[in-house]
Design a protein around this ligand. Structure first.
Ligand code: ADP
Ligand code: GLC
Length: 487
């Protein structure tokens, strides 16, 4: 199958969160299974990409769209990267979504509209890549939401132009790409698709809704989240649309890159270890305590947290249980960045308890690995979590996670209290401070029983979170989308 994976971010080149990890790993797994996979993303400034460079394809200016180039790079993992180079849109300071001052890029709709435009073109006979037309275009999150619409546009009116099927994946429904309706002119949305059956969302244009309305298949990143987003509590205003599309909505749990996230081979951690020999884990803990300025004490239970610091992630709950956790002899190491109020509260705690609480503000891939390896237990009390990757990394690193019973957390963590034989972490019984405090208490009690704790660690380390099985599920969805687009 010829698969085009369109994404605003891809590890290891550009990553702000889990979508970057998924974009790095899923296409490579599909390629290893024998498919022709290309990943299309913008050529952002400062991107370090190594690999065999192929020919650059010129894309002439067309209508309101600028001239650009498509740079082809063999990424070395079987995937061809297609970097969309257009200096006026992508060559500037900042990240994929925000400028250097942290505000949304002023021309966000055009930046991602153009990405979608080229993604859709790669699925038609007007493909800018000579002799390569995608069978399926896989669009990820709202920045890629217009690609299914443009493909639907290419297919109509009859006689049908052969065009790729489209699959829209929701990685996080909380981000929808909503813009004033006059943006529709800018990105070329026909008048008859600007209403409620099209892109309209409370009078504005929603790029994610465009993707949901026009995709041949919709997926999200865990089975539980697929159910949750059809409810008023989790649907963020799109629950009605999702309910009407329920027959084409599938939840597929993300996998993890087992080469990058493997404590037996991880070059970013000081000491490697495995389920058979956990000795290195204690050494990683001491190294982490030292690096973060905490007291180097093997008897202090060390809790780790690597996250965007936002209300989604339940950071306020962590702050709410901090005093009790420290009073019971715990320590906390945090890596993240996000909402100023949460950053300030964590900084204040680190200031008051320098030997027991550490906060590193910023994005640091190596420290993220070191926290997974060095912490005793990982905190992830998210209010909602489409999938979540850190709870899977934690299990692979023998660092049992404490999680809420939501989304991908519910689908990937087995509670050790209720299922002691197979447990891999602690599932909170209520989504509030009391629920977290109680789960922390259960974890501390279990940790003080070393043989039981080792069993818990080994249960998690023994689980397979490899992408293979989920990639097979995506192939089924791709095929269904192709059948439905042809039907
Ligand atoms: P989300 O995509 O909602 O942020 P996920 O758990 O799916 O949550 O993925 C987050 C990814 O980003 C993980 O790989 C995590 O380690 C990484 N990450 C988050 N914050 C940081 C940070 N400050 N530094 C390094 N890595 C981070
Ligand atoms: C989003 C979600 C997260 C998920 C990731 C990758 O950022 O918040 O739960 O793991 O996408 O799918």
């Amino acid at each position: 199958m010829k698969i085009l994976f369109v994404t605003p971010e891809c590890a290891p080149y550009v990553k702000t969160g889990g979508l970057g990890d998924v974009s790095g790993a899923l296409p490579a797994t599909l390629a290893a299974q024998g498919h022709e996979v290309r990943v299309l993303m913008p050529a952002y400034s400062g991107m370090q990409v190594s690999g065999g460079a192929g020919i650059a394809v010129e894309i002439p200016a067309h209508g309101q769209w600028p001239r650009a180039q498509l740079l082809q790079v063999e990424a070395g993992n079987g995937v061809t990267l297609l970097l969309l180079s257009c200096p006026e849109l992508y060559d500037r300071a900042g990240g994929p979504y925000v400028d250097a001052t942290g505000r949304d890029h002023h021309d966000t709709a055009r930046r991602f509209g153009f990405l979608c435009r080229i993604g859709a073109a790669l699925g038609t006979s007007a493909s800018p890549c000579p002799r390569w037309r995608a069978d399926v275009v896989h669009a990820n999150d709202w920045p890629c939401g217009l690609a299914p619409l443009y493909l639907a546009q290419a297919r109509s009116p009859a006689p049908h132009e052969p065009a790729a099927a489209s699959v829209m994946t929701i990685h996080n429904l909380a981000f929808q790409g909503v813009f004033p309706m006059d943006t529709a002119d800018l990105v070329g949305i026909p008048g008859h698709w600007r209403g409620i059956e099209g892109v309209e969302f409370w009078g504005q244009l929603s790029m994610l809704k465009a993707g949901l309305q026009f995709a041949d298949a919709i997926t999200t990143v865990s089975p539980t989240y697929a159910r949750e987003i059809q409810t008023d509590a989790f649907g963020v205003g799109l629950q009605g649309v999702l309910r009407t599309k329920a027959d084409r909505l599938t939840g597929i749990l993300n996998g993890i890159d087992t080469q990058l996230w493997n404590p037996a081979t991880d070059q970013l951690i000081p000491h490697r270890y495995s389920a058979a020999d956990l000795a290195g884990k204690a050494l990683n803990k001491a190294a982490l305590q030292q690096r973060c300025g905490l007291s180097v004490d093997p008897r202090a239970m060390l809790f780790g947290l690597v996250s965007r610091l936002t209300s989604q992630k339940g950071i306020d709950l962590v702050l709410g249980v901090l005093d009790a956790t420290l009073a019971s002899g715990g320590q906390l190491v945090v890596l993240g960045q996000g909402e100023p109020a949460l950053q300030d509260a964590l900084l204040a705690a680190a200031h008051v308890h320098p030997a027991a609480v550490s906060l590193t503000l910023g994005f640091d891939e190596a420290l993220a690995h070191q926290i997974e390896a060095g912490a005793d237990c990982f905190l992830m009390p998210s209010r909602f979590e489409p999938c979540g990757l850190n709870q899977m990394y934690s299990q692979a690193y023998g660092t049992p996670p404490i999680v809420t019973a939501t989304g991908g957390l519910a689908d990937s963590v087995v509670d050790a209290t209720t299922q002691p034989g197979t447990g891999t972490g602690f599932v909170m019984r209520s989504q509030n401070t009391a629920g977290l405090e109680q789960a922390v208490g259960r974890a501390m009690t279990a940790w003080r029983d070393p043989p039981a704790w080792r069993q818990l660690q080994r249960n998690g380390m023994g689980r397979s979170f490899a992408w293979t099985e989920s990639a097979a599920r995506y192939l089924e969805v791709y095929q269904r989308a192709i059948d439905s687009a042809q039907g």
